[in-house]
Design a protein around this ligand. Structure first.
Ligand SMILES: CC(C)(COP(=O)(O)OP(=O)(O)OC[C@H]1O[C@@H](n2cnc3c(N)ncnc32)[C@H](O)[C@@H]1OP(=O)(O)O)[C@@H](O)C(=O)NCCC(=O)NCCS
Length: 168
């Protein structure tokens, strides 16, 4: 795919709701994550979608988390149509998200994934995210109150990988 010509990343607006719901079903194989990704779409603080030839092929949902040292953010759900993977769509969505959050003055971006989600880990690693395998490792930079708030907001499950990218 010639990315620069075909792929556009734009702000989500509710006119695309049904298309994103359908995308979430396909991307998460009609699992519980399809439901939560659809539910969060209009509840999150910001969402972007990727469009190829008029078709919605990817989406990312962002949320703010206020911690003691300022504003942080999480990349919640990020998902790409199975037929459009490995073409840079996820990268374009994450790049746009980081650019947006940097402009907002966010201190750091966080995300969660399961250890066996190689695609997600590869995507975030590409953008320089650091991985933590245990929340205790966060103690070097956050108070226990902030760690609790962060994990609660991100809906952390034991065993998840915590991804972290400081922005300034
Ligand atoms: C994770 C996901 C969004 C990546 O989207 P994508 O459009 O395929 O990502 P990109 O094409 O931009 O690839 C990003 C990098 O990850 C790597 N990558 C992608 N899929 C990979 C896989 N299955 N295994 C290993 N590496 C992978 C790519 O090689 C690329 O690195 P490169 O540019 O150095 O070659 C997509 O696989 C997806 O929708 N997965 C299902 C939903 C999901 O689990 N979301 C995350 C949890 S919310």
């Amino acid at each position: 795919m010639h990315r620069s010509r075909l792929l556009r990343v734009i702000e989500y607006d509710p006119r695309y709701r049904e298309q994103v719901f359908e995308l979430a079903n396909r991307a998460f194989n009609y699992s519980r994550d399809s439901y939560w990704a659809s539910r969060d779409l209009d509840k999150c603080d910001k969402a972007f979608i990727a469009i190829v030839n008029g078709k919605v092929v990817g989406a990312v949902e962002l949320g703010y988390i206020r911690l003691r040292d300022g504003l942080h953010a999480q990349v919640g759900y990020i998902f790409v149509d199975p037929d459009y993977r490995h073409m840079g769509v996820g990268s374009a969505l994450l790049e746009r998200s980081i650019e947006f959050l940097r402009k907002k003055g966010v201190k750091a971006v966080w995300a969660l994934t399961s250890p066996n989600n190689e695609a997600t880990r590869a995507l975030f690693r590409k953008f320089g995210f650091r991985e933590f395998t245990n929340p205790r490792e966060l103690r070097e930079m956050l108070s226990s109150r902030d760690i609790g708030k962060l994990l609660y907001k991100m809906v952390y499950w034991k065993g998840d990988i915590i991804l972290y990218l400081p922005l300034r």
